[in-house]
Design a protein around this ligand. Sequence first.
Ligand SMILES: [Zn+2]
Ligand SMILES: [Zn+2]
Length: 342
Amino acid sequence: MQGTVLYAPRDVRFEEREEPKIAQPTDAIIRLSATCICGSDLWPYRGVQAIAQPTPMGHEYCGIVEEVGREVRNIRPGQFVVGSFATSDNTCAICRDGYQSSCVHREFMTAAQASLLRVPLADGTLVATNDLPPEELIPSLLATSDVLGTGWFAADAANVKPGNTVVVVGDGAVGLLGALSARQMGAERIIVMSRHASRQKLAREFGATDIIAERGNDGVARIKELTNGIGADSVLECVGTQESMMQAIESTRPGGYVSYVGVPHNVSLDGEQLFYSHVHLHGGPAPVRRYLPELINLVLNGKINPGKVFDLTLPLNQVAEGYRAMDERRAIKTLLHPNGAR
Ligand SMILES: [Zn+2]
Ligand SMILES: [Zn+2]
């Protein structure tokens, strides 16, 4: 089989790799229906996050189960499944509390930008649909695997409620789907900070009511203008930089909520400023598994169409171009079709 390996910054190769096999009795092997490139894949791609050795890439996936280990009980060959980027037993105390992405048995998925994938802890990690979904729903189902699940967590962790005023910092795929999630949760006003026309358009389609192009202090000042001078109830930080984090905290009203789901890179917070900001702060790697059944149902019932976030679709063997397009911001998010790979 062929798969995607990052050798060095900007050196992505699609090359022959060993087929994954059942390694633990709790594993499943799935044949991918679709996979994609994540905004977080761009950190090592750009060399911002160092890699020690050639690294198989990809952690967002859905597909058909080929084979399961002898201890797998709930997942069967032939089923269509979606899983999270973090594996989970879904039975430990942390999982039962809804934080499966910090499961005591967690592993972070990798090597999903390929045609076959091994998924550990199949029973706890994967969610199967009753029937094989129609082809046109595959992009939206794939989106639940991470980008929508993460945007949904961002809205949930920021305590979005009906009638709220919500700010989304970041117009990447996660931020855009954070806006969609806030809309689903009943937010009244959704302000997305974006300066890119194509992303602004999609943000409005997903439910944004206002767009702000200013950043930093100017961005905060604009939010204050729109919120009677006090700041927003809920702010979703979907980038992971010092500037975006400060913009989020300063845009939140005292007593309001900031969620942060962008992997932080060199972010440090000032204790005294945090103390007097009086905000709730909650984030981390999204516990996507908690939301998967609900999100899959919303997609299957036609209530949401998060797959619109994929504005570039390529055969998997052109994965390197997919990375380039996202790096150069020509694409918001790239979907990859394994069927086109051979
Ligand atoms: Zn991802
Ligand atoms: Zn667990």
